[in-house]
Design a protein around this ligand. Structure first.
Ligand code: SAH
Length: 217
């Protein structure tokens, strides 16, 4: 199929991000650059730049572009940060983070997704991303502490290893709540205490792990 993805991508940036208040130039450049369709199964690429989440296999989804942008904006990246991402999924958010931060550590629990994502991110030339297949609710202790932590799967509580691995004055973003309805929550660590800000309602697939949901619901 002869689809002009560049035009679709520009339209996505204008109609879904700028029109909803995303202003930061570095962010808009990152969303204009990263080829979202490459992170989406070939048969679903017609929906790659649409305003909704898309299935990526194994019962998981790539988040809607605006949600990826909103979460990234909340992280407030300047280019110097070491970021931990839990829930690599398609790797799209990982690539956006790699454009805007210094280094990205990303954990995905499903080997089938890791097998697809690793070669793709290498092919796209990202040298500042490390991926591992594991339970991300345990964090990545060998690489800690992190300036920012982003969890792109829903958890009933803040996994404590992640709050331990967050730097002082660091920031964590996660969907907190029940299986089908959560609140996107921004956590800041100050004086070794966690302070929470509620951002908006959201729906994510569950964080399945020791400090998330015990099994797939
Ligand atoms: N940011 C991704 C979102 C993928 S959906 C994207 O836009 O493509 C959330 C992902 O979290 C799924 O791939 C799921 O397998 C993964 N996940 C769920 N629980 C996890 C855990 N404990 N550790 C690591 N990854 C987990």
């Amino acid at each position: 199929m002869n689809v002009n993805y560049e035009i679709l991508r520009k339209r996505m940036v204008d109609e879904q991000l700028i029109s909803r208040g995303i202003k930061d130039r570095r962010m808009l450049d990152a969303f204009s650059k990263v080829e979202r369709h490459k992170f989406i199964p070939v048969d679903l690429r017609a929906s790659a730049y649409a305003d909704f989440p898309v299935p990526i296999g194994e019962g998981q989804t790539i988040s809607q572009p605006y949600i990826v942008a909103l979460m990234t904006e909340c992280l407030g990246l300047t280019g110097k940060e070491k970021v931990l991402e839990i829930g690599t999924g398609s790797g799209y958010q990982t690539a956006i983070l790699a454009e805007l931060a210094k280094e990205v550590y990303s954990i995905e629990r499903l080997p089938g997704l890791v097998k697809k994502v690793e070669p793709l991110l290498n092919e796209l030339g990202y040298a500042n991303i490390k991926i591992k297949c594991a339970d991300g609710s345990l964090g990545w202790p060998e690489a800690a502490p992190f300036d920012r932590i982003i969890i792109t799967a829903a958890s009933p509580q803040i996994p404590w290893p992640l709050s331990e691995q967050l730097k002082e004055n660091g920031r964590m973003l996660l969907p907190l709540g029940e299986t089908f309805s959560q609140v996107l929550t921004q956590i800041e660590k100050r004086d070794n205490k966690l302070h929470a800000i509620q951002v908006c309602a959201c729906v994510f697939v569950p964080l399945v792990g020791k400090y998330g949901w015990q099994k797939q619901k």
